[in-house]
Design a protein around this ligand. Sequence first.
Ligand code: AMP
Length: 170
Amino acid sequence: MKNLDRFIETYDDFPKKGIAFKDLLGIMQDSQVFRELIIKMCSNQVIKDAEAIVSIEARGFIFGSAISFHSSKPMIVARKPGKLPGELIQENYNLEYGKNSLSIQKEALKKFNTYAIIDDLLATGGTAKCVANLIKNNGKKVTGLLTVVELIELNGRSKFNFPVSSILSA
Ligand code: AMP
């Protein structure tokens, strides 16, 4: 997508020293750019092949919700600890800046068989790997990972044995 990078701001040393944080919020501040991006993401094979999508908290929800709406694919969510009610399945993971765990509602995951994973950005791949493990360990299939931005140098995509796609490489 032409000029998408103009809507992404880089903040050095945020939230920790050494991290060049990509702020994607400028995309949503231009409704035409946001719309164009969502249409492009919906045309990706990773989405087409999936019965449903799984969005990752929190910025993944922004893109995931819009993709779900535009593609008419149902969405489930992977959330950080203490946020989801009901019976959960949980996995731990390492972030580019810290440690965390993600959970999915067990009943939600039962509803569909193939999932596209959606997040705003792929860095080391730890977050998406955690979600992929949640899906696979519960007998379901991942069609692929789709993000807006991929930090190429970190080679997060090497962690996955399914298609990995991004709109912009940084
Ligand atoms: P990773 O697990 O290392 O692939 O990190 C990806 C997750 O952390 C995504 O949910 C991103 O929102 C966030 N993240 C990691 N690194 C950055 C960065 N440099 N700029 C913005 N978000 C980041």
